[in-house]
Ligand binder design. Structure first.
Ligand code: NAD
Ligand code: ISE
Length: 341
C-alpha cells in the first residue's frame, strides 16, 4: 500500500482522542477516516474536529470501505467484540490494552486470528516503544551487566478515577509491567504473589499501594510497587540487577533545575506525558508496517493472552494471599517466538 492508511477509531474518550490527535497532526502516512463511540455526541464532536464521519456503531465502522485498519480505544470489556469483528472482516486491528478482560476471550481472539492464517492484531503495550525501556533492553542484551537476576519496578499514578477497584491495580495498571518484563527478558512469567502493605489514606477505601512479585521462567524475580494515589505525579521506575552491575531507567526529565536552595526535576502528570513519544513510535511503526503491505509486528494477540493469564493469577494471589502458578495454553504456530521481540 503506497497511499495513506485510512484508520477508523472506535472509542473517542481520553486515549482515543489522544491517538486521533497524533494520527492527524503528528504521524505520517495515515488519515483518520471514521470514528464511533456509544456516546454518539462525543463521537460526532471528535469526528467533526478532524473531518471524519461518526458511525452509528463500531461494527458499521469496521465494515465500511473507507476503513483500511481499525483502532480500538473503547472500554476493556468491549474490546473482544470489535477485535473479532475486525478479524472477520480481514482488517488489521490495533487494540488498546487489555486485548480482552478474560483469558477465555483472548483465546477466542487467538483462535479467530489463527484460523484467518496471518497476524492482524496488535495490542497497545507502548512501553516496548519507549526510548528508555529500549535502551535498558539493549544494555541487558549487550551482556554488560551480566545475566539479569532481579528487576525492581514502581508504577505510580498521581490519582485514579472513582470507579477504580483494587483488582485494577493489577489488571489495568501493573499489566504494563507484566507485558514489559516478558519482552525485556524474553521469558514467560510462571508464578505471582501479591503482598498488601499499610493502606495509604490518599486512596480512601481503596487498598493502595500493592506489592507484586513475578517469577519468570529464566529465574529472574521481579517486584512491582503499584501506587495509584501518589499525588506528586506519574512516576515509572525500573532497575535491573545483573551479575556484574545494574541498569535503570534514566532521569524523569531532560532538565534539572537548581533554584532557591532546591534541586528539582519536573515529574510528568500522567501516562500521556510520560509515554508521549512511545505512543508516537508505536503508531508510526504500526502504520509503516501496514503501508508496506506487511503484518503488524508489535505485541501480538498471544502477548495479550499471556498478560491476561498473569493478571488473573495476580488477582487470585491478591484475593488469597498465596502464591499462584501461571499456566499458559499451547502457543499456536502463528506466534512463532515465545515472546515477541
Ligand atoms: P475513556 O472512558 O476515557 O474512553 C473510553 C470510550 O469508549 C468512552 O468515550 C466510551 O463512551 C467508549 N465506549 C464504551 N463502550 C463502547 C462501545 N461498546 N462501543 C464504542 N465505544 C464505547 O477511557 P480511556 O482512558 O480512553 O481508556 C480506553 C482504553 O484504553 C481502555 O482499554 C484502557 O485500558 C486503555 N488505556 C491505555 C493506556 C495506555 O497507556 N496504553 C492509557 C489509558 C487507557
Ligand atoms: C491506564 O489505563 C494506563 O494504561 C496507564 O498506562 C496506567 O499507568 C494507568 O494506571 C492505567 O489506568
Amino acid at each position: 500500500m503506497t497511499s495513506m492508511l485510512q484508520v477508523g477509531v472506535i472509542g473517542t474518550g481520553m486515549i482515543g482522542q489522544d491517538h486521533i490527535r497524533r494520527m492527524t497532526s503528528v504521524l505520517a502516512g495515515v488519515r483518520v477516516s471514521a470514528v464511533a463511540d456509544v456516546d454518539t455526541a462525543v463521537a460526532a464532536a471528535v469526528g467533526a474536529r478532524v473531518g471524519a464521519p461518526a458511525f452509528e456503531s463500531g461494527e458499521a465502522l469496521i465494515a465500511d470501505p473507507s476503513v483500511d485498519a481499525v483502532v480500538v480505544c473503547s472500554w476493556g470489556p468491549t474490546h473482544e467484540q470489535y477485535v473479532l469483528a475486525a478479524i472477520a472482516a480481514g482488517k488489521p486491528v490495533f487494540c488498546e490494552k487489555p486485548l480482552a478482560t478474560t483469558q477465555e476471550a483472548c483465546l477466542r481472539i487467538i483462535e479467530a486470528e489463527a484460523a484467518y492464517g496471518s497476524r492482524l492484531v496488535q495490542v497497545g503495550y507502548m512501553r516496548r516503544y519507549d526510548d528508555a525501556y529500549r535502551a535498558l533492553k539493549a544494555v541487558v542484551g549487550s551482556g554488560q551487566i551480566g545475566a539479569p537476576l532481579m528487576m525492581h519496578c514502581a508504577h505510580r499514578n498521581a490519582s485514579v478515577p472513582g470507579f477504580y477497584e483494587k483488582e485494577m491495580a493489577i489488571t489495568d495498571t501493573a499489566v504494563h509491567e507484566i507485558d514489559m518484563v516478558r519482552w525485556m527478558f524474553g521469558a514467560e512469567i510462571t508464578g505471582v504473589r501479591v503482598l498488601v502493605p499499610r493502606r495509604s489514606a490518599n486512596g480512601g477505601e481503596l487498598q493502595d499501594p500493592l506489592f507484586m512479585l513475578l517469577e519468570m521462567a529464566n529465574g529472574v524475580l521481579v517486584d512491582v510497587e503499584i501506587s495509584v494515589n501518589i499525588r506528586y505525579g506519574y512516576d515509572i521506575r525500573g532497575e535491573i540487577v545483573g551479575e556484574d552491575g545494574t541498569a535503570s531507567l534514566g532521569s524523569l526529565s531532560p532538565v534539572h533545575v537548581r533554584r532557591a536552595g532546591l534541586a528539582s526535576d519536573p515529574v510528568p502528570g500522567d501516562w500521556r506525558e510520560r509515554f508521549l513519544r512511545a505512543y508516537d513510535v508505536e503508531f508510526q511503526e504500526w502504520i509503516d508496517a501496514l503501508r508496506a503491505g506487511g503484518q503488524p509486528v508489535g505485541p501480538s494477540a498471544w502477548d495479550g493472552y499471556a498478560a491476561a493469564v498473569v493478571s488473573d493469577a495476580g488477582v487470585a494471589a491478591l484475593r488469597s494471599g498465596s502464591h499462584v502458578p501461571v499456566t499458559l495454553a499451547d502457543r499456536p504456530k502463528l506466534y512463532t517466538t515465545e515472546v515477541a521481540a
